[in-house]
Design a protein around this ligand. Structure first.
Ligand code: URA
Length: 283
């Protein structure tokens, strides 16, 4: 990358963004966001067309088509700071709907390893969203994305749960796991139990930042994460359910695209169940 416009606008004269390496027009409006760069080609293998268009640090982007719908996937890396950079730059190049495809630690004993958790909102135990806005501001998912993820999980027969997620900037202490030599400040002892009592379903590290920024900027976001760990039953199987989360997120893009056309035909800003039933003949 050559000289950028300025220190406060880190993009080149074509609008190519410093971190994600994308310029306006490179991506469509739907973007799937795994944390792990290696998950991007795994997501794209379900598309009928796919092409890697950028690779810089933790940010890998593929574009293509899923069931005819233009789609992209960009990895965010782990945690709020890296995710906020991805969101900021993806917005500047045309993304308007984000779906996180992640892994998570379940907090409830009724959630089995491999089940998918669809987040309706996120407890803001991250640091990045607090830089953007006061803690009173809610980190909520888009109801359209939540509904589309549920529709996708139902149609694919994937076991899922819907509810509140807790997002932390810390995998160990912030999720109540002892640090090196057992270090665990009292604030975080048994945090997983306290959250479970409050009906929080799971711990992960990106949804709160994603949802907060999406609401501030007036775009849609949601999250579907595979429960690879369960803190209530103390089990952990890396990668279990990830393929299901990927399939659900891809299919949710097809569903959202269909619903966006319904809204367009109706000239409606908002989607209702009645509109879906009337226009598409299904609930
Ligand atoms: N990701 C997390 O943040 N926590 C877990 O327990 C598992 C995955």
């Amino acid at each position: 990358m050559s000289r950028l416009k300025s220190a406060v606008e880190p993009e080149d004269i074509t609008g190519k963004q410093y971190h994600v390496g994308l310029k306006p027009g490179d991506i469509p409006k739907f973007v799937l966001l795994p944390g792990d760069p290696e998950r991007v080609p795994r997501i794209a293998k379900y598309w009928e067309e796919r092409r890697e268009i950028s690779k810089h640090r933790e940010y890998v982007t593929y574009v293509g088509r899923y069931k005819g719908v233009p789609i992209a996937s960009t990895s965010t890396g782990i945690g709020g700071p890296a995710t906020a950079i991805a969101i900021e730059e993806l917005l500047r190049v045309g993304a308007t709907t984000f779906i996180r495809v992640g892994t998570t630690g379940a907090l409830q004993d009724f959630i089995r390893l491999g089940d998918i958790i669809i987040s309706t909102a996120a407890v803001r135990y991250d640091g990045t969203s607090k830089i953007y806005v006061d803690v009173e501001y809610p980190a909520v998912a888009s109801y359209e994305v939540v509904m589309a993820l549920i529709e996708a999980a139902e149609s694919l027969g994937v076991p899922y749960h819907v509810g509140i997620t807790a997002s932390s900037d810390s995998f160990y202490i912030g999720q109540g796991r002892p640090g090196y030599k057992g270090y665990l400040p009292s604030r975080w002892r048994k945090v997983e139990k306290r959250l479970a009592e409050l009906n929080v379903l799971n711990f992960e590290m990106e949804a709160a930042t994603l949802f907060t920024l999406a609401n501030i900027y007036g775009v849609r976001a949601g999250a579907a994460c595979a429960a690879i760990a369960n803190r209530a039953t103390n089990e952990f199987i890396p990668d279990i359910g990830v393929e299901d989360a990927i399939r659900v997120a891809n299919e949710a893009v097809r569903v959202l695209n269909e619903w966006d056309q319904v809204k367009k035909r109706r000239g409606s800003k908002y989607l209702s169940l009645k509109m879906i039933v009337n226009e598409l003949g299904k609930g």
